[in-house]
Design a protein around this ligand. Structure first.
Ligand SMILES: [Zn+2]
Length: 143
């Protein structure tokens, strides 16, 4: 199924409210890159479609990680999502969904060096987006 068809199917589902872990500042969402916003929006649709609560557990820092392996959170290119209420099958399905539908927006995983939009580690989903060329980068050519 194409991403468009999948999205149409999913948008028919009942929308649920995005929840935040108590110490997460929702306004930090405004600092996310465009690619990250797309990944987040599409991921939310998957959770809505499967009637699962969508809980953001971290935006600006990788607090649940044992050690910080990348700067994706600081750069607004990563968001952590709770997974503890999902079954093993639902976790697998969501990872497959991310790989199929938007791995092209993802970042290189420090785990296996593959480009992924979602990495499952330390019992949460780490959604991550690749760096984006900014307008300034594009203008280098003209300098
Ligand atoms: Zn993370």
């Amino acid at each position: 199924m194409s991403l468009k068809d999948e999205m149409i199917k999913m948008s028919e589902g009942k929308k649920r409210k995005t929840k935040f872990k108590r110490d997460v500042e929702p306004l930090d969402l405004l600092q996310l890159t465009e690619n990250m916003r797309i990944i987040l929006r599409v991921s939310k649709r998957f959770f809505d479609h499967h009637q699962l609560e969508f809980v953001i557990t971290s935006i600006k820092s990788d607090r649940e990680g044992v050690k910080t392996v990348s700067t994706t959170h600081e750069e607004g290119r990563a968001v952590d999502i709770r997974s503890s209420h999902l079954t093993e099958d639902q976790i697998k399905n969501f990872l497959r969904f991310c790989d199929n539908q938007f791995s092209h927006l993802g970042a290189i995983s420090s785990k296996d060096l593959k480009v992924r939009a979602c990495v499952y580690h330390n019992n949460h989903f780490h959604l991550q987006a690749r760096r984006q060329e900014t307008l300034i980068d594009k203008m280098k050519f003209w300098r």
